[in-house]
Design a protein around this ligand. Structure first.
Ligand SMILES: Cc1cc2nc3c(=O)[nH]c(=O)nc-3n(C[C@H](O)[C@H](O)[C@H](O)COP(=O)(O)O)c2cc1C
Length: 149
């Protein structure tokens, strides 16, 4: 099983979460490629059976770069793909980027294998709240478990 983690970040917090998710998935033996949204190519999406897409929450949604990258992936063909989404946000936020990215995936026909997860930042530029990277590693293990044939 090959998985692709695509994330956007402005100040590094969502990148830390993406790398922690990747570490959790690798622990369970999943092959993972991690790409920043701007660098993700059509071939990256085509070559992965699972897409995990994340973003910082901006104005209750995902950043434009994350949505643009997922659109690029969807255009290569979403049928048969599995995935989930994540975001970083304030603890007080009612909703975030993960829900928007999930909706995009679902509408395109990606099978959501694990419910989206979000990770708390304590300020606009971070830091992450305590324990959030460990939570991301656990999320990665959970995703990898759900992707097992
Ligand atoms: C323009 C802007 C809008 C934001 N809007 C929200 C928001 O609606 N809800 C929220 O919880 N956090 C919001 N935030 C805080 C971001 O969630 C936070 O900056 C982000 O998690 C940091 O991730 P990064 O380091 O990967 O960029 C906003 C931040 C910026 C810069």
């Amino acid at each position: 099983m090959k998985a692709l983690i695509v994330y956007d970040t402005k100040t590094g917090m969502t990148e830390k979460i993406a790398l922690a998710i990747s570490a959790g998935m690798k622990e369970v033996g999943t092959s993972v490629v991690v790409k920043k949204a701007d660098d993700a190519t059509e071939d990256d999406f085509k070559g992965a059976e699972a897409w995990i897409v994340g973003a910082p929450t901006h104005i209750g949604s995902a950043t434009g770069e994350a949505k643009k990258a997922l659109k690029l992936g969807i255009a290569t063909g979403a049928s048969g793909k599995k995935g989930t989404t994540f975001d970083t946000r304030f603890a007080s936020s009612g909703k975030g980027g993960a829900e928007k990215l999930r909706k995009m995936m679902e509408e395109a026909g990606v099978q959501i294998v694990v419910p989206p997860e979000w990770f708390v930042v304590t300020g606009t530029k971070g830091p992450l709240a305590e324990g959030e990277e460990a939570k991301a590693t656990t999320f990665g293990r959970k995703i990898a478990g759900a992707l097992r044939p």
